[in-house]
Design a protein around this ligand. Structure first.
Ligand SMILES: Cc1ncc(COP(=O)(O)O)c(C=O)c1O
Length: 439
């Protein structure tokens, strides 16, 4: 549990944590698609939109201030990821766009004999850019490490067997956006270094769920998106300084040849930098409540990194409790002859909660997924969905859709209890969902 009444306080920081745009109570379990926005980020973003709408590079105040905002935002992200410096943080329209940009830049170095290794539970944002390289004959093959289907974890022996001296890129998600399973990044990073391949991490899904340290992971690139971290759209790519300097992304001739700008296409949107700094402030505020005495012990400039680690570690711990309650409840929904009514895809073992994020994909016996999702909404005011989430994991399980709920640190055990009772009722009633939620 978060200390004292910290959870209540956290929920006050998210204007839509408890009620939706109509002022109706609602449980938001669709965070994997995009989290709610923290008030601080939205406020900072609006202020910058109005006060610093001018472009950077001129001497008047709005322009100078806009440049400061961008610099501070980059620095905040560098602290979040424990990156060496703010110049190693590149922004782009989305994680998908950044990964395409990266694949094109690396593609310029390739000879057509290389291969890329990725996994069966990636989002297609981390598949299509590499397939594109293959179709343009920049690489020979994209190889997919298989899953242990019974628990949704990566088959590490298979992953190892795919890597050879021609492997140029190993690109994996930090956690599956459908199954919730985390990838053993440290191990995979070491495998990549053994063959001198680029180690690329897609942290889009995992970013809200625990600390990430690019130095400790020794990854070459890592990408995440602001809208999955309580902020606005717009995404961030970390790259090792040497790589960012040496690689040559596609750019227009007059654009800067220096990092990070040479990687950024077109004009920056300064408001996303203000928003992400708002999120970082929110996380620091959490750490102040969790453990307030460390600032004195860390030199000026390094305490924020420490705070972010403290905040995200406490979030990680709290989310394990949410996972435990969900899995325990889902396992307990039984039908005739005590048969399980709900099939969960992925890790269900309560002793292995550290290996997953609180993201759960499931199906209810004999009921179409969209009926279940709609019923969750109309009966319980629970925002969830049923689709394919652009994830390769569905193909692995031979499914077109799955129902997914994904929780973050502002969700509560009371919400979990309400979800479980509602799902139980849905399983008992087996009625089609009404189209509208009763007022
Ligand atoms: C794991 C993962 N990677 C990549 C993406 C794509 O992110 P973006 O929408 O910023 O391109 C998503 C989006 O859901 C995701 O969950």
């Amino acid at each position: 549990m978060f200390k004292g009444n910290l959870l209540e306080k956290i929920r006050t920081k998210f204007p839509r944590a408890a009620i939706d745009l109509n002022g109706q109570p609602r449980i938001f379990f669709d965070n994997g698609t995009g989290t709610l926005v923290v008030g601080k980020a939205a406020k900072a973003e609006t202020e910058v939109r109005i006060d610093c709408s001018a472009n950077i590079g001129a001497g008047f105040d709005e322009s100078v201030k806009a440049e400061e905002v961008i610099h501070k935002g980059r620095k905040a992200v560098a602290d979040l990821l424990n990156a060496a410096s703010s110049e190693t943080i590149v922004t782009g329209e989305s994680a998908t766009a950044l990964l395409f940009n990266l694949s094109y830049a690396i593609g310029k170095e390739l000879t057509g004999t290389e291969n890329v290794v990725t996994t069966e539970f990636e989002h297609y944002a981390n598949i299509s850019p590499w397939i594109e390289l293959m179709e343009r004959r920049k690489i020979q093959k994209v190889k997919f490490a298989s899953l242990n289907k019974d628990d949704g974890t990566l088959n590490m022996d298979h992953l190892q067997s795919l890597i050879d001296s021609n492997t140029k890129i190993i690109s994996v998600t930090a956690a599956s956006n459908v199954l919730g399973t985390k990838s053993p990044l440290e191990k995979i990073g070491k495998m990549a270094k053994e063959v001198d391949a680029y180690f690329v991490v897609d942290a889009v899904h995992h970013i809200a769920h625990g600390p990430i340290d690019v130095k400790a992971l020794n990854c070459d690139f890592l990408v995440f998106s602001g809208y999955k971290l309580f902020s606005s759209h717009g995404s961030f790519l970390y790259g090792k300084k040497d790589h960012l300097e040496t690689l040559n992304p596609y750019k227009v001739a007059p654009a800067s040849d220096h990092i990070p700008w040479k990687w950024e296409r077109g004009t920056r949107n300064q408001s996303i930098f203000a928003a992400i700094e708002g999120v970082i402030d929110h996380l620091v505020w959490i750490s102040d409540h969790v453990q307030s005495d460390y600032k004195e012990r860390y030199p000026e400039g390094s305490w924020r990194r420490r705070s972010l680690k403290v905040a995200l570690s406490s979030i990680e711990k709290y989310e394990e409790e949410l996972s435990k309650a969900i899995l325990h409840g889902l396992n307990g929904i039984k039908g005739l002859k005590d048969m399980p009514m709900v099939k969960v895809y992925g890790l269900t073992d309560l002793s292995r909660l550290k290996e997953r994020d609180p993201t759960f994909a499931f199906k209810v016996n004999n009921m179409p997924d969209h009926e279940v999702a709609m019923n969750l909404w109309t009966r319980g005011g629970i925002a969830a969905r049923a689709e394919d989430y652009y994830s390769r994991a569905l193909k692995t399980y031979n499914q077109q859709t799955m129902i997914r709920i994904s929780l973050v640190h502002y969700n509560t055990l009371e919400e979990v209890a309400k979800f479980l009772t509602t799902l139980h009722e849905i399983c008992q009633a087996r009625t089609p969902a009404s189209k509208k939620r009763p007022k």
